[in-house]
Design a protein around this ligand. Structure first.
Ligand SMILES: [Zn+2]
Ligand SMILES: [Zn+2]
Length: 247
């Protein structure tokens, strides 16, 4: 399923133009320092007919791999078909999930979050590409500095830094290797780390919030991190982390 989603995202991303971000540099830097997402909804280069197609195809893939119930799939597809019903939902959902303080829209089909995360990804990734060049990161970011979503993977770089990887737009940014991004715990005695048998991957589990994050160890590695491939390759580590009481 992950590979089918990536294949589709790659196709879409290839035709999404680099966005023109109208925000001033000073405004962007203020947002960055305050830990607020740099991408505003209006900056996302959403071409709605293209987005509807991506949205529909994402829902189909999730249904095919039984990650979406048939009834929810039908409701989600109907949302995309009904005139302009989709646009305000997507805007409100993005605002609510990028730390603006807007509340999530209510009464939406179950599974919609899942579809929106994947369908919006190729569009958000293009925004992150532009903003990464424009706005230096000056403070620690426990969530994605570009879209405000949580990290869902990480990479340990050859010079032993840790970069977090956004679970939505796939942007990478540096973050302290021994601090939990989910609760800010930085007590080394309460961060447990273990590696896969081949040493290629590491898991850090936090004994305060009990969440964990996997990382690809790129020191002595022959290739860079490939978040999707590495996420799948590390499913046994998820099982191990859960066995140890993390979630
Ligand atoms: Zn992001
Ligand atoms: Zn924590």
């Amino acid at each position: 399923m992950q590979l089918a989603l990536v294949e589709m995202q790659r196709r879409v991303q290839g035709r999404v133009p680099l966005p023109w971000i109208s925000a001033e540099d000073a405004w962007l830097q203020t947002q960055e320092k305050a830990g607020r997402a740099l991408v505003r909804f209006g900056d996302i280069p959403l071409e709605w007919s293209d987005f509807r197609l991506t949205f529909r195809q994402t829902a189909d893939i999730l249904l095919r791999f039984e990650a979406l119930e048939t009834a929810d799939h039908a409701a989600i597809v109907a949302l995309a078909r009904e005139g302009n019903a989709l646009e305000p939902v997507v805007e409100r959902w993005y605002d609510a999930t990028s730390g603006t303080g807007v509340l999530r829209p209510e009464g939406l089909p179950a599974g919609l979050d899942h579809v929106l995360v994947f369908a919006l990804a190729p569009f958000l990734a293009r925004c992150a590409e532009v903003l990464r060049q424009r706005t230096p990161l000056t403070v620690p970011h426990p969530v994605c500095p570009f879209c405000g979503w949580e990290p869902d993977f990480a990479v340990i770089t050859p010079n032993a830094e840790r970069h977090l990887i956004c679970g939505r737009c796939a942007a990478q940014w540096p973050f302290a290797p021994l601090t939990c991004p989910f609760c800010a715990n930085d007590d080394r005695g309460r961060i447990k780390s273990f590696a896969s048998p081949d040493g290629r991957y590491r898991v850090s589990g936090c004994d305060v919030c009990h969440r964990y994050l996997k990382a690809y160890d790129a020191r002595n590695a022959t290739r860079p991190v490939m978040a999707v491939v590495d996420t799948i390759a590390t499913l046994p580590l998820d099982a191990e982390a859960i066995k140890r009481g993390y979630s």
